[in-house]
Design a protein around this ligand. Structure first.
Ligand code: HEM
Length: 428
């Protein structure tokens, strides 16, 4: 029996694609590594080489829509072979928060130079003890109870606290941030019903946190400490100029937010695989040095960011394919990571694939994830404590059904690939 044709589905709103977005991507790939999405005004890039080409060509492809996607019509009609002037005029509408990830050219390079200096090996080493003690404690409590729901009880508070600690957010404010992030729809929300009523303007988590970050950074400029907020408050652009405080406020808030869902969902994506595969579990328990290469394979096969977006700034090409200015591209990182032209038996989970670090789980090019070193460390730390403190980890069959017929619920997001919850049974 042939599989249902999914190619006409709306990737941005169709919740039926959440369980297995990979099947949708496979069918679209069969139409070509760059092909029209039919349901949305965007090309879908599913080929590995093509995705790398787009992500590397930041001269012709703008990141203005990197997080907003292509689910809504453009608010202007692209005109002529170069739409740079139109992009400038509509920038705020294209990526309303106007963050590092949406910047192009020199504004991006200057700010990225600052962001790139944050998660240095020395800084990460300094948080090593804190991260491990906290992870050990969270896992200990779960093992004592015989189980946990890892997404909301463990992964999310863990990554929030780690990034808060490394930035230097005061303990009293951390819960407030977590609460506004939890209350807001996920990034790339597919539930249009959750869209905010225009008559009731609410603050987004970034706006809310911005008020706090403004205070912290102003304070750090006068009273420096040994934390990332101080580094951000005193940072200068490569040409020596002191950035506008508002720019640093936005960057701090974005750093706090960017690593929340992404890292927490990576923990649970990895844990689902570990819990479902006793052989893998034993392999990892016998040799903890396999955790980092295992994580890279999880990032390839089930990374927590499914896609990112670009818009052609000028007439350009991908390979021989002509791309007119104004074309929007959905760069499906999750599809490129399973492109059979690049990966041998792509659907197979294999630790130690050659050149695995070339996967696109953290993107590629100038916008490659600035927090990847932190994400890799924190996710590996919590997984290690789970493996160390247990002899068996399995999925809770009462909550998820029996093996072979599991029921799993994924976040309604066109960006994030991640479970809404994952109930585990833990045996000491
Ligand atoms: C497993 C966890 C994570 C995943 C899968 C992930 C994924 C990504 C991806 C795919 C991009 C590129 C977006 C694009 O090209 O348009 C990105 C950018 C970024 N990420 Fe992450 N991320 C993770 C964790 C983090 C953490 C922990 C932080 C910071 C604390 C962070 C901060 C950033 C920043 C600042 C950018 C923008 C870089 C730029 O535009 O120059 N991320 N991330």
């Amino acid at each position: 029996m042939s599989a249902t044709d999914l190619t006409g589905k709306d990737y941005f709103t169709d919740l039926s694609l959440l369980l297995d977005p990979y099947e949708y991507f496979r069918q679209m790939y069969a139409r070509g590594p760059v092909s029209p999405m039919g349901s949305a005004d965007s090309l879908l890039v599913t080929g590995f080489a093509e995705a790398v080409e787009v992500l590397r060509n930041n001269r012709d492809f703008s990141s203005a829509i990197a997080t907003t996607g292509a689910g809504q019509p453009l608010t202007f009609v692209p005109e002529g072979p170069d739409i740079s002037t139109q992009l400038d005029a509509f920038y705020e509408q294209l990526g309303p928060m106007n963050l590092l990830v949406n910047y192009d050219g020199m504004p991006h390079a200057r700010l990225r130079a600052i962001a790139s200096q944050l998660f240095t090996p020395t800084r990460l080493k300094a948080t090593h003890d804190f991260m491990h003690e906290f992870a050990a404690q969270l896992v200990r409590e779960s093992v004592q109870k015989g189980g946990c729901e890892i997404v909301n009880e463990i992964a999310t508070p863990f990554v929030t606290l780690v990034v808060a600690e490394i930035l230097g957010v005061p303990p009293g404010d951390r819960e407030k941030f977590r609460a506004v992030i939890d209350a807001a729809p996920p990034p790339g929300n597919m539930n249009r019903d959750d869209a905010r009523e225009d008559s009731e303007p609410q603050m987004s988590p970034l706006e809310y946190m911005g008020l706090f970050f403004f205070e912290y950074l102003s304070d750090r400029r006068d009273n420096p400490r040994d934390d990332l907020l101080t580094q951000l408050a005193l940072a200068t652009y490569p040409d020596g100029e002191l950035p506008d405080l508002l720019e640093m406020v936005k960057l701090s808030g974005f750093l706090f937010g960017a690593g929340q869902d992404t890292s927490a969902k990576l923990i649970s994506n990895a844990m689902r695989r570990i819990a479902e595969d006793p052989v893998l579990q034993e392999q990892l328990r016998a040799d903890y040095t396999l955790i980092p290469p295992m994580l890279e394979e999880v990032l390839r096969l089930e990374g927590s960011t499914k896609a990112t977006w670009r818009i052609a700034r000028r007439d350009t090409k991908i390979g021989d394919m002509e791309i007119p200015a104004g074309t929007r591209l959905t760069v499906a990182l999750a599809a490129a990571n399973r492109d059979p032209r690049r990966w041998e038996n792509p659907e197979e989970f294999r630790i130690g694939r050659p050149r695995i670090q070339e996967h696109l789980g953290f993107g590629r090019g100038v916008h490659t994830c600035a927090g990847a070193p932190l994400a890799r460390l924190e996710v590996a730390a919590i997984l290690r404590h789970f493996l160390e403190q247990t002899t068996q980890i399995s999925l809770n069959a009462e909550k998820h059904g029996p093996p072979g017929n599991r029921k799993l619920e994924y976040e309604p997001s066109y960006i994030i690939r991640g479970l809404a919850n994952l109930h585990l049974e833990l045996r000491a």
